[in-house]
Design a protein around this ligand. Structure first.
Ligand code: UD1
Length: 430
């Protein structure tokens, strides 16, 4: 069984480089098939979710060339099918972007329903409603999203709820529709803006991404481009929490500090020192933490994808902290795992009630999902003794070279597969 073995207790110190945003890359890779010319995309993170997307592009018939570890060239002119039924695609979330991209370009799509982390019911009704508003038929049939249209026509779409996935997906479908589309109550996340910027660099006409209303004027075709994906807000935030929880001093490079504001402001409130530079951010944690309250919200609010990581830090704060999860209904599964490491916290509905403890102690835990898995690593790094984290395939979906990057900051963390590996790790760190 593949696990991370972590010996905690040492502060993380040094510099770490953040990679390209996974959730932007998922939308951008699907969007890439919409051009009949070659698009070159840089700063693509090297992650298992990305491999699944690249595999799907190949299945569709697109030409995919990896120029180097983080640069890929895609040419969609050879796409010969609009069906994606491979089971691998229902392990990830971003596969739903192929629906918008294929429908937008070819007028039809048949894509297996997405999976991703089990953090709530995660319906796709808003996506389908948007496609229908553009004139397509859109049904769920045998666990597939099936969409068809003679001609897509621009429309006025009001989103009942703020959804990152639906906003991007409808944007993809509308880019080549006839006339003007308005998406109201759109998600404003940085990766929504990045996908829009990518599409605009291919000749699309999208205005207002990053605000509540996105305006899209349909164009006939999309052309070649050369584009670099924005840094990953959540990877950066996770390293910020790791610096805080271990009482470290870390310079996190290649970030957009503006995207991290909600995270920065909570860390300041808790008692960390933060220094912001043009494209890096330094987190210094030397004082006891104050307790606080955190409520997740769509951007620019506190990201739901950072909720488990900040819980780890608050678990070490003096007094009672409260976290309220407002986006997903089942995102506190990590609480029981942290309790195994000595945390004093409990989940009541969508609220985590956290009484701070002096320190965590090592133990055996299981990653319940991607971000919670990363949070358990952070907890292990701040715990006394050795922590073993299993189900790390979740973590690998979203964090490139996680153990390597942490080791460069002085962490003792290793990927172990056998009992012998674990014994060897324990001997080495004892
Ligand atoms: C994306 C991110 C995920 C992040 C989330 C919220 C990707 C691949 N994943 O997920 O990491 O946690 O945004 O920032 O980018 N909803 C509906 N109907 C729909 C769509 C969504 O009711 O058709 C609801 C969801 O159940 C949830 C809320 O809207 O309660 C927000 O979900 P959404 O923003 O769509 O999240 P995802 O795109 O799934």
């Amino acid at each position: 069984m593949r696990q991370y073995a972590v010996k905690g207790g040492a502060p993380l110190v040094g510099e770490v480089e953040i990679g390209g945003a996974k959730n932007a890359a998922l939308g951008i890779l699907a969007a890439a098939l919409m051009a009949d010319e070659t698009v070159e995309i840089e700063n693509v993170p090297d992650l298992s979710d990305i491999d699944v997307m690249l595999g799907a592009l190949k299945t569709l018939g697109a030409r995919v060339d990896k120029v180097n570890r983080h640069t890929v060239r895609i040419n969609g002119s050879t796409v010969h099918t609009t069906s994606l039924l491979d089971d691998a695609l229902n392990k990830i979330r971003g596969s739903y972007y192929f629906v918008g991209a294929l429908l937008g370009k070819y007028g039809k799509a048949e894509v297996i329903l997405p999976g991703g982390c089990s953090i709530g019911s995660r319906p796709v009704d808003l996506h389908m409603k948007g496609f229908r508003a553009l004139g397509a038929t859109a049904e769920i049939d045998h666990a597939c999203m099936v969409c068809d249209s003679e001609k897509l026509t621009g429309s006025h779409i009001f989103m009942d709820g703020v959804s990152v996935g639906a906003t991007i997906n409808i944007m993809l479908a509308a880019v080549m529709a006839e006339g003007q589309t308005y998406i109201e109550n759109a998600a404003k996340e940085p990766h929504v803006v990045d996908v829009a910027n990518f599409l605009n660099s291919m000749g699309a006409s999208i205005k207002g991404a990053g605000t509540d209303v996105i305006r899209i004027k349909g164009v006939e075709r999309l052309h070649a481009t050369h584009y670099s994906i924005i840094p990953d807000q959540i990877e950066a935030g996770t390293f910020m929490m790791a610096a805080a929880a271990t009482k470290g001093d870390v310079l996190i490079k290649n970030v957009i500090p503006k995207h991290l504001e909600s995270i920065t402001s909570k860390l300041l409130e808790i008692g960390c020192e933060i220094e912001e530079f043009d494209d890096s951010i330094r987190v210094v944690s030397s004082k006891p933490f104050f307790h606080t309250q955190v409520k997740t919200a769509p951007y620019p609010g506190f990201p739901t994808d950072m909720q488990p990581q900040i819980a780890v830090v608050l678990g070490l704060a003096e007094g009672t902290s409260i976290i309220t999860e407002t986006i997903f209904e089942n995102r506190l599964k990590y609480v029981d795992e942290l309790v195994r490491l000595g945390a004093n916290m409990r989940a009541e509905g969508n609220t985590a009630i956290i009484e701070g403890v002096q320190r965590y102690s090592g133990g055996n835990v299981t990653a319940p999902d991607l971000r919670a898995g990363a949070a358990l690593v952070v907890a292990g790094l701040s715990a006394e003794g050795v922590t073993l984290i299993s189900d790390i395939h979740y973590v690998e979906r979203g964090y490139e070279d996680f153990p390597e990057k942490l080791r460069s900051l002085g962490a003792q963390i290793e990927l172990v597969e056998t009992d012998k590996d674990i014994q060897r790790f324990k001997l080495r760190v004892s």
